[in-house]
Design a protein around this ligand. Structure first.
Ligand code: SAH
Length: 351
């Protein structure tokens, strides 16, 4: 495991030298090979609702965006999508939605999680369930854990509290998000976080601090992707951009993350695949070992546009592309983050 100083990271990120790019990718690929092998694991992404109480300035699902049709799949539909995924070889799904923290909603999700665990458990170890539902209370995270979810994704979006406040309304706070990440860790989840790369106002220094933040927080999973403007949100009008090559910078961020945190799980994000035809391939080469194919029904997909021109690849195409890039699409395995088990062992020793 390698540590870099902030200045070193900034120099790498700013560099236009192809030799630096090559050096980082080569190192990341070697670290990935040594720690995570060539396997690429699948998380079937079910975006079951776009209803959201939050008002993030960058996101197409924000409460005040009146241009999208709000939907919520019913319990049977979510369960049947999950079971179909399981039949096709997925060992994990991710349930994602806008943020709705009413107890009625969380009861429903908990019941759906428990049912999917029970139905899929009849055939082997059952589906691994990741949740990405935003900021909830400690008790609600606990309730969903008790129901059988075991991983949770909650991006910090930026580790700079001042910048965080610039892209969120006053009622949303950086400290609240930190509390949520801490709660998830305490309860026992594999915890994933991440940031958007290249949004207005963000600097290379901010990105360097992001990488150090992930290390410091000892995270198990990482999801980083380029920021892609959405036409109907406030941040679309903001033009203060410091980062020149968002795609190249994103790839270098992934590579640096893999070098700094060799045993975590890291996703080749949909956003990365949406802004560049080689997004998947380059993401994998930079050390990503997770993909999240979208399983949301066709009829709802255009209403889950976090940003413009979100890409969707069919399961088979993804598998072929992964093979073509030199990696192994790996079905029938959970592919959990070894980092999680390591920190659990260390925790147990310390107690
Ligand atoms: N409600 C859940 C899911 C949010 S959407 C939650 O709060 O965690 C998942 C992620 O999409 C966000 O965390 C954000 O990082 C990303 N996202 C939203 N808008 C985006 C944009 N315009 N460009 C790139 N990524 C975006």
């Amino acid at each position: 495991m390698i540590s870099f100083s902030t200045t070193q990271i900034v120099d790498y990120l700013k560099s236009k030298d192809p030799a630096i790019h090559h050096f980082l990718l080569e190192k990341a690929d070697r670290y990935r090979q040594e720690n995570r092998g060539r396997a690429v694991y699948f998380r079937g992404l079910i975006e079951y609702s776009n209803i959201c109480s939050q008002n993030c300035f960058y996101c197409g699902l924000r409460r005040d965006n009146l241009f999208i049709k709000r939907y919520h799949l019913d319990r049977e539909e979510i369960i049947s999508l999950a079971m179909e995924a399981h039949n096709n070889g997925y060992q994990s799904i991710c349930l994602q939605s806008g943020q709705v923290s009413s107890s009625k909603e969380i009861d429903l999700v908990a019941e759906v999680v428990a049912t999917i665990k029970e139905l899929s458990g009849k055939k082997g170890q059952g589906l691994g369930i990741t949740l990405s539902l935003g900021e909830l209370s400690y008790q609600q995270y606990q309730q969903l854990w008790n129901a059988g979810a075991h991983r949770y994704l909650l991006r910090i979006e930026t580790s700079n509290p001042v910048l965080f406040q610039k892209i969120h309304p006053p009622e949303q706070s950086f400290s609240r998000r930190l509390e949520c990440l801490q709660a998830l860790r305490e309860i026992g989840y594999q915890v994933g976080t991440g940031v958007m790369i290249g949004f207005p106002g963000q600097s290379y220094e901010d990105l360097a601090y992001d990488l150090q933040f992930f290390r410091e927080k000892d995270i198990d999973m990482l999801g980083m992707g380029p920021y892609i403007p959405h036409p109907d949100v406030p941040l679309a009008d903001e033009k203060k951009e410091y980062i020149s090559d968002v795609f190249g910078t994103s790839i270098k961020m992934l590579a640096l993350a893999r070098i700094m945190m060799p045993d975590i799980n890291m996703v080749a994000s949909t956003a990365l695949q949406s802004i560049h035809p080689d997004g998947l391939k380059m993401g994998l080469k930079a050390g990503a070992n997770i993909v999240m194919p979208i399983l949301t029904p066709e009829k709802n997909r255009q209403d889950y546009m976090l940003y413009a021109n979100k890409k969707h690849s069919a399961f088979e195409t993804l598998q072929q592309d992964i093979k073509a890039a030199g990696y192994e699409p790996t079905l029938w395995q959970w592919g959990d983050s070894p980092h999680y088990f390591k920190r659990k062992r260390e925790q147990a020793k310390g107690e």
